[in-house]
Design a binder for this molecule. Structure first.
Ligand SMILES: [Zn+2]
Length: 377
């Protein structure tokens, strides 16, 4: 926090930063909630290791060389910016761009985060094998994971307007803005758009109310509500907070088992836990990538990245789910924009595009695989 700021501003920033975690800090995993598994929804968690990557142990974990990735996917590996950044390209241009010691990389121009930073070693960059299996390879070749993707097109979409009632979420006290107001407004707008698109939509809340007095139960109730409704897709809508200068969109899906959450380099017992939501690792990725790409291209805002973490509201789902931070209420300029109905309508339209793109990609993958694939489930 820079010293130049006036005292009231510092107090405001302290309050804002205190409210940074619009997304509740990770809580101990609640007792497993038994929901009747529905065969068509459950998919194998372990990746179909169709590709056995040659690995080298770096920093104690197995890594795959970006040069081997390029060879396998028919891409050309080349250093850019000296020997710090490596691009893997084909006729469409740079498909992947990795940077040494960085968790974020670019896939077709979209900023995505790995679980572990890329490592510079022997004239190449190396990516952890888990990141290759769960993020890098499925982004480029989702068809290789068709067996782990939902067999049917999504019909019921559950929208979760973050916070509500006693929980205002992130607040911009100077502008008197509360996150809970805008998450509900965007969800109501998105509901209309998705119903026009032919989907059935259920809102976790349709007025300014909490689901429970304590945060842990409130978040769990959101999953239970979606699971009981037999949702095919879950989308949690939020607005972010961080030091004032930051603006843009950030998207999350549930981190696969054993992958460190974004912002965490140590890992903890939750890192080793397979949550019910992890049955949908590949669908979470496909949905997350399509949604984040639609938000960045639709709103033309800074790309804060598509990340993986273990938010409570994504852990116990019986369907693919994503949480999107649609902008920063802590950034006054972006907060004033978010406070306008026009911009919130744009956000809802970009979210609707993301859902539409996900469903279209899924349908195209199944169509390309032909009836055989459908029978082989
Ligand atoms: Zn929030």
């Amino acid at each position: 926090m820079d010293a130049m700021r006036s005292r009231p501003a510092c107090i405001l920033m302290l309050v804002l930063v205190a409210l940074t975690a619009c997304v509740a800090p990770a809580q101990p995993a609640p007792a497993r909630v038994e929901t009747a598994p529905l065969p068509s929804r459950t998919a194998p968690t372990r990746p179909a290791a169709s590709i056995l990557w040659a690995t080298t142990k770096l920093r104690g974990i197995d890594h795959v060389s970006a040069r081997d990735l390029a060879k396998h996917f028919g891409l050309k590996a080349a250093w850019t910016k000296g020997e710090a950044v490596m691009a893997l390209s084909d006729a469409r241009g740079a498909r992947f761009t990795f940077e040494g010691n960085q968790k974020d990389f670019y896939f077709d121009g979209l900023r995505v985060f790995l679980g572990a930073p890329a490592v510079l070693h022997k004239d190449s960059l190396w990516v952890s094998q888990l990141d290759v299996l769960k993020i890098v390879a499925p982004l480029l070749r989702p068809a290789n994971h068709l067996a782990a993707l939902p067999a049917a097109a999504p019909k019921l979409i559950v929208l979760d307007p973050g916070h509500g009632g006693i929980d205002p979420g992130t607040q911009n006290l100077k502008l008197k803005l509360n996150e809970k107001t805008f998450t509900l407004d965007v969800a109501l707008r998105l509901k209309k758009l998705l119903e026009l698109g032919g989907w059935r939509v259920l809102l976790i809340r349709d007025k300014d109310t909490e689901l429970a007095k304590d945060k842990k139960t409130d978040l769990l109730m959101r999953n239970i509500t979606a699971n009981r409704a037999k949702a095919d897709l879950f989308l949690s809508i939020h607005f972010n907070a961080a030091p004032e200068s930051i603006a843009g969109v950030e998207t999350y899906s549930l981190a696969p088992q054993f992958m460190n959450s974004a912002g965490d380099d140590q890992g903890d017992e939750m890192t080793r836990t397979a949550f019910p939501g992890n049955r949908f690792d590949y669908a979470n990725l496909l949905f997350g990538e399509n949604l984040h790409r639609a938000m960045i291209t639709g709103l033309k805002v800074p790309d804060r990245g598509y990340k993986h973490a273990r938010q409570a509201v994504l852990r116990m789902l019986d369907c693919p789910g994503v949480l999107v931070e649609c902008g920063y209420l802590s950034n006054d300029a972006e907060a004033r924009l978010i406070a306008t109905p026009e911009y919130r309508q744009q956000i809802a339209e970009a979210l609707a595009d993301g859902v539409t793109d996900y469903a279209a990609t899924l349908a195209a993958l199944r169509a390309a695989a032909g009836p055989e694939a459908a029978k082989s489930r």
